[in-house]
Design a protein around this ligand. Sequence first.
Ligand code: GCU
Length: 615
Amino acid sequence: MRRFSLSVTYAFCLLLTLTVSASAQTNFQTLLVGVDHRTTTSLNGDWHYLVDQAPGRALYGDNGVVNDKSYAQNEHPNIVGAHNQEYDFSTAPTLHVPGDWNTQVPQLFNYEGVVWYERDFDAQPKAGTRNFLHIGAANYRSHAWVNGKRVCDHEGGYTPFDCEVTAALHPGSNFVVIAVDATRMVDGIPSVGIDWLNYGGLTRDVSLVTVPTAFIDDYDVHLAHGSAWQAGNTELTGYVHVLDAPAGTAVTLTIPEAGVKTSAITDSQGRAPFSVKATKLTLWSPESPKLYKVTISCGADSITDDVGFRDIRVDGTRILLNGKPIFLRGANVHAEAPVRGGRTNTDADVATVFSYLKDLNANFVRLAHYPHDERMEREADRDGVMIWSEIPLWQHISFDKQEVYAKATAMLNEMIRRDRNKASVIMWSVSNETPNNPTRTEFLTNLANEARKLDPTRPITSALNTAHIEGTTATLPDKFADALDIIGINQYVGWYTGTPEQADTLHWTLPEKPVIASEFGAEAKFGNHGATNQRWTEEQQAYVLEHQIKMFRKIPQLRGTTPWILVDFRSPTRNIPKLQDGYNRKGLISEDGKKKQGFFTMQKAYKDPTFGKPD
Ligand code: GCU
């Protein structure tokens, strides 16, 4: 199979071409870093909506070309005179943004198709400024128009995108229309088979971002990451990227608390690399999650972000944080709000999740299987919780397709660009449980290398379910593991395979790399009790976990554990009435916040200093 070697920018442009080939005007599309630290005009709130039932005739014209002439024009039906349109946003019901439509409108609970959103907003565009529509996430494909003009198209349900609307805006009342299509696609990422509810809609914050004509769209500020850990290292390095500034434009970076004030000059690409020594620096860690106010300025533009500085690396089978070996006591989490339900997208949702992690005595969380709301990373930065961040290459993906590789690379770029400056994010994952074959291995190996190019300061990982377990031996005959810095292993001994006790005698032969038990566990309905060999009971789930913990104590390379999963979550494939009722019940906590026995089993292990050897 032909090697994949697509540069990020080319892949990004290829993705745009693939999705916007029909669009008349090409609008500049970038991805603004640190938007949540900029002054913006929130467009959150109630938006009118119209359902465009499959095949989405209002959105897709013949041969699937996006139609700019229908709902995007936001017209109103003539009451007298000629027949014109048969839709009207102004009298349509509303959906709250941010939010999925599934938990807001009962009829849309299982709807996976096109929904059109519309809202009016006021704007007073000023000379010397540009305006961008910032969308935190929209699942899955989306097309946006302002005042009837298409401003952007995007594919991918879990990463942000920005669309320039400067040319489309006018003083006074404006309107924005966004069509969101949650239809699953074979060549999508994820593809058609997923084990979570495919929440649709404008699931994260939407805002209008006003910046000067030349502005900072990307920056990277991190502790210099040499080939070996260097105690006492206080060198900060990175770059500032300024859009549409002539080469030689000055940028400044100040971190008053660290005694840093430096300037740099942009090159012909708008990039201004810098390197500066901090006079004093407290490194970020779970024990002291120190964040610094970092101000970056260029001309009329300025942004102040909260950034922590730390060093994360792999050394043999150890994971070193600031030179010290660590063990990651964690859990998996889906972006589903405990108790409230629906997609996680508020401070309260995030606070609930982190309160559970705290009770569990966790210092780590795997955000499955896609980038979550940026509030999760911000909270983790503040709380000192380390993060595994992943793009949704979940199980079967069209690994033989170039355009799918372009989508994967664009999503990787969006994930890393948004969270590159988050100290809490300590590793990037490029996939979960993908089939062990050469086409997949080549695709993912290339993607892992792309991630290293984008960010050489963090280890790359993936969750593999390719372990071969037979009797008392377990091995990992998977060549893709060679491409990883940290290996995640998903196995469900005691639930999908074998008996809980089998784990006690299982001997693992694994590569000399740090290993994370990235998924393990069993299902239990909260309040369902019985003997430890009775499935679906809290007792059996706790029993499975006890035997897993016993097994983990014997794996020398083990540097972290994340049971599947912190909280029960919705999954349409889980259809045992009275036990599952559309929920995956492997949570340690029920969807309405009740802790199962299994929670306390993991909590006990995480409070036990003998559990989890950092080296
Ligand atoms: C897999 C998969 C999860 C899934 C889990 C399960 O390992 O990665 O997304 O929910 O198993 O079967 O419960």
